[in-house]
Design a protein around this ligand. Structure first.
Ligand code: ADP
Ligand code: ASP
Ligand code: MG
Length: 240
């Protein structure tokens, strides 16, 4: 079977700015429908809408100066759950069946460290089954479930990137596409540096260097996963 005949398995992650309101959720839904109708198997990882995570954090601090980390994670993970369910609704209206899953349902198993848990295993059986049944699977990013305490955890700010790359590795995806508000990785933050150049390709080690210097286009742990499991990662603009 040549490449064009084989169904490609794609993990596509959409960041918060890509799903900031109902209209953008519908646009993202249409984009995923096109990828599915082109014959691909598609797993979507979604971030919370716009500034939802910051707003939930502010709300927590208004009710408690030092929220319990367990409860904070219960609260913050609702952001991704909202966008996942909304995206599934929008996709179903476009005639493509989609199922949303929390990180826990998707099999993202983590350490117990609330607020900054690490992914230690992924048990993607449920995702595999849904893909086999023809669904597009939508996974709430940034979250998992502790192997020991069974409590819901979050993986650190910006960690939907890490959910996406880790899932791509576990599912043997052909590519992990990171959709965001810039059209690629640049030599420096293109929103701050007018002379920044877009890079056609970047090695894992070079990207690790950029991420460690604070380039939030890819969370550093996602790059570590990509390097360890040799996952091809492509940064793309949601708008183009
Ligand atoms: P998302 O909400 O999609 O996860 P982020 O805000 O986390 O998006 O990451 C995208 C942002 O990363 C860009 O808007 C850009 O300002 C910033 N950024 C920092 N360094 C770089 C870089 N070297 N190349 C591209 N973008 C960068
Ligand atoms: N919503 C989370 C955050 O704002 C995770 C993410 O967007 O990747 O940090
Ligand atoms: Mg981000």
């Amino acid at each position: 079977m040549n490449e064009s005949e084989r169904a490609r398995r794609i993990v596509a992650k959409f960041g918060g700015s890509s799903v900031a309101d109902a209209a953008s959720i519908k646009r993202v839904a249409a984009r995923i429908v096109a990828a599915k109708q082109a014959g691909n198997e598609v797993v979507v990882v979604i971030s919370a809408m716009g500034d939802t995570t910051d707003e939930l954090m502010d709300l927590a601090l208004q009710v408690s100066p030092q929220p319990q980390p367990r409860e904070l994670d219960m609260l913050l993970t609702t952001g991704e759950r909202q966008s996942a369910a909304l995206l599934a609704m929008a996709m179903n209206d476009l005639g493509v069946e989609a199922l949303s899953y929390t990180g826990s349902q998707a099999g993202v198993i983590t350490t117990a460290q609330h607020g900054n848990a690490r992914i230690i295993d992924i048990t993607p059986g449920r995702i595999e089954k849904s893909l086999e049944e023809g669904y597009v699977v939508i996974v709430a990013g940034f979250q998992g479930v502790s192997q020991t305490t069974k409590d819901i955890t979050t993986l650190g700010r910006g960690a939907s990137d890490t959910t996406a790359v880790a899932l791509a590795a576990a599912l043997g995806a052909d590519v992990c596409e990171i959709y965001t508000d810039v059209d690629g990785v640049y030599t420096a933050d293109p929103n701050l540096c007018r002379t920044a150049r877009k890079l056609d390709r970047i090695t894992y080690d070079e990207m690790l260097e950029l991420s460690s210097q604070g380039a939030k286009v890819l969370q550093i742990r996602s790059v570590e996963f990509a390097k360890k499991f040799n996952v091809p990662v492509r940064v793309r603009s949601t708008c183009s």
